[in-house]
Structure formats: structure tokens, C-alpha cells
Design a protein. Structure first.
Length: 277
């Protein structure tokens, strides 16, 4: 079994050659190299790209993940398909330039995904880091909140759950936040989709996990109760009072999980969610 997509620049450059061999020979700045997966940034014809190369995680890793109730990441397929589905739904994300997968054995499958480098972006984790000491203009904060929660709702609405849904995996083009008003004008890319789940409908527990992860990662950036209520309303698509009543169990589960994540990672009690106005 072999799947292959090459955009024009790679189709021309690798004509008559084995794309998998060409990918293995790529050299650049390595960001990750373990568990049968290598991530690096490289240049081709003067343009920057990112490569994720998978070369079989082995049966030990596959079985370990299954025993822990987690879907093992055995290829670049999920990330490729998720990026296409998100783009079709209007969510800014990775842009594939090349993709390939071959082999039947899930423990030894070879695959790769090359995407355009998102130059001129900053992670929301870094962008919002200084907010507690230097709060942003209220209108700017509301626009970003609208964008992020719209992305969350749209992602779940098209059957995708991220599994690592944190501020660090949103890459913002800062100028578009300062100049744009609508969610379509603000460019904020969702990345690291290799663990994404793709289904017809996202199960409740995976929606809880994603939203809790997002809220956990935003606990220390100085958001207010009003911001929280706005986020809940945008995600639910109804007024906050309505979602507090109709979706009470969902939001309670999100709160419990977010606080548990905070205690585990920070080694201290979670803050009282969001500071008062």
C-alpha cells in the first residue's frame, strides 16, 4: 500500500526518484528525533519547510499505547488528513506540500509529511505570557478569544479532536489580530495534529479533554470571569446563561479536568480559574 501526494515544487524536483529516499536524505535543524519519528526544518529552493518523518515505532510501542487505551501514532496519515479537513472547514492550520505513506505493517510503516513553514507567527503561549502584568486592549483580547473558541467549536464540529489542545499549538500572525475584526480575518494556525482523532462525531470525553487542555493552558494569563463566560458561549453557540444550564455537566467536567492537569504539571493547586473583574 502506497499513498503519495507531491506539490509541484517537489514533484518536479523528485521526478524519476524515490520520494521516500529523498525525504530520508533531507538535512536541516532537527526539532525532535525519537520513537521512530523525526521532525526537522529544512530549505528547498530557498523556501523553508517542516518535515515529519515516521519510520516504524515497533510493536512494543504499539502494544504499550493500546494497553494504556491510547491510539498509537504509527504514521503521518492522521496529521495529513486532519490538516485537509480543518482547512476545508475554514480553520487555519498546516499546509501540506508533500505526503507519503507505504507499508501494511503498522509497527513498521514508513511515512512523511512536509508542510510550509509558518513564518512570521508566534505561539499563543508566548504571545499571552505577559498579559498578567501588561493586559492587552480589551477589544483585542475579545477578538482573540472569539477566534480560538470558534476554532475549537469548528474543529469538533467537523469530527476532529486534537488530544494536545494547548495554547502552544496555536500559531498567531500578530498583525492580523491588530488589524482584523472577524474570525476569518485573524490568522491563527492550529498545529501538531499527529495525534488527532478523525470521526463522524467527536465523543464527549474527547471534547472535554480538548477544552480542558485549552483552559488549563490559559489559567495563568490573567483572564477574567467575563472572559470565561464569553469563551463558553462562543464554543456552545448560545448565551452563557443557557450553556451553563443545558451543558452544566460538560463544563463541570472541563473544570475538574483542567484543574487536575494544572496540579499535575505545576505541582500546586490550580488558581481560582480566572481572576475577578
Amino acid at each position: 500500500m502506497t499513498d503519495l501526494f507531491l506539490r509541484e515544487e517537489f514533484r518536479v524536483a523528485w521526478q524519476g526518484q524515490d520520494p521516500f529516499g529523498q525525504v530520508r536524505a533531507l538535512d536541516g535543524d532537527v526539532f525532535r528525533s525519537k520513537e521512530g519519528r523525526r521532525t526537522l526544518r529544512f530549505f528547498h529552493a530557498g523556501r523553508p519547510y517542516f518535515l515529519k518523518y515516521h519510520q516504524g515505532v515497533g510493536w512494543g510501542e504499539v502494544i504499550k499505547n493500546l494497553l494504556q487505551g491510547r491510539a498509537p501514532v504509527v504514521s503521518a496519515c492522521n496529521e495529513y488528513l486532519a490538516s485537509l479537513a480543518l482547512a476545508e472547514a475554514g480553520v487555519d492550520t498546516l499546509t501540506p506540500a508533500a505526503y507519503g505513506r507505504r507499508g501494511h505493517n503498522p509497527a513498521a510503516m514508513e511515512s512523511f509529511l512536509i508542510t510550509d513553514d509558518l513564518v512570521g507567527t508566534v505561539s499563543l503561549e508566548d504571545y499571552c505570557r505577559g498579559w498578567p502584568d501588561q493586559p492587552p486592549p480589551g477589544a483585542q483580547k475579545r477578538r482573540l478569544l472569539n477566534k480560538v473558541m470558534w476554532m475549537a467549536a469548528t474543529m469538533h464540529g467537523c469530527g476532529i479532536n486534537h488530544r494536545d489542545f494547548y495554547l502552544c499549538h496555536f500559531l498567531l500572525v500578530p498583525d492580523t489580530l491588530e488589524q482584523g475584526n472577524s474570525v476569518t480575518q485573524i490568522r491563527c494556525h492550529l498545529i501538531d495534529l499527529h495525534r488527532a482523532g478523525l470521526r463522524r462525531t467527536v465523543p464527549l470525553r474527547w471534547r472535554i479533554k480538548d477544552v480542558a487542555g485549552l483552559f488549563y493552558s490559559a489559567m495563568d494569563i490573567g483572564l477574567t470571569r467575563r472572559d470565561l463566560l464569553r469563551a463558553m458561549a462562543i464554543y456552545s453557540g448560545v448565551a452563557w446563561r443557557e450553556t451553563m444550564i443545558n451543558d452544566h455537566q460538560f463544563w463541570s467536567a472541563v473544570k475538574v479536568r483542567a484543574e487536575k492537569l494544572y496540579r499535575k504539571d505545576m505541582g500546586r493547586e490550580a488558581p481560582k480559574w480566572f481572576v475577578k473583574e
